[in-house]
Design a protein around this ligand. Structure first.
Ligand SMILES: [Zn+2]
Length: 174
């Protein structure tokens, strides 16, 4: 009995000390976006767990997917969004990059895949296909995303060049 009480007390204290990021993050939070009313960020991952969205404008990218950890223990999927950078892109690109991060979660990349160009390509394809299938994207929106990719996307260990990435979007749609 005493052990049980101690355990419950330990649990309560653990939750109390969870970093602020957990209390700030809200699943499906609709983020205000400059020039556009809202960005719908709802997403569930490979295990149907809700993805939390956290704003962090010091992120060195527009968005990033990760697993939240508390003292090394995975606490659930999360997408970090740099809203300052994101809102500089076209509305179509904002939706695309949020869907791209959702793709990493839906496809289970954080559990089963090494990060790299292959995973990034899969997330791009997931994003474009789901946005078209759901009727959110028209071909004009795809063109807007391609334009932003050509302008801003840099080739890296993780990503092919912006031009190649823009062209690959068309292959995803076929
Ligand atoms: Zn990615």
């Amino acid at each position: 009995m005493r052990l049980k009480t101690t355990f419950v007390l330990f649990l309560c204290l653990s939750f109390l000390s969870i970093p602020a990021v957990f209390s700030q993050a809200k699943q499906g939070r609709v983020l205000p976006s400059e020039g556009h009313k809202y960005l719908d960020t709802r997403c569930t991952d490979y295990y149907s767990r809700p993805v939390l969205h956290v704003r962090n404008d010091s992120l060195n990218d527009v968005a990033f997917s990760d697993l939240m950890r508390h003292r090394g223990v995975p606490m659930g999927p999360m997408t970090i969004l740099n809203i300052r950078r994101l809102t500089k892109l076209s509305k179509a690109s904002q939706l695309f990059f949020i869907a791209h991060e959702c793709g990493h979660h839906v496809l289970g990349h954080l559990y089963f895949r090494q990060p790299g160009q292959m995973a990034e390509q899969e997330a791009d394809c997931y994003a474009i296909r789901s946005l078209i299938r759901s009727g959110v994207f028209t071909l004009n929106d795809v063109a807007d995303v391609q334009e932003d990719m050509r302008k801003y996307a840099q080739p890296s260990r993780m990503h092919i060049s912006g031009e190649e990435r823009a062209l690959a979007l068309i292959d995803c749609m076929e």
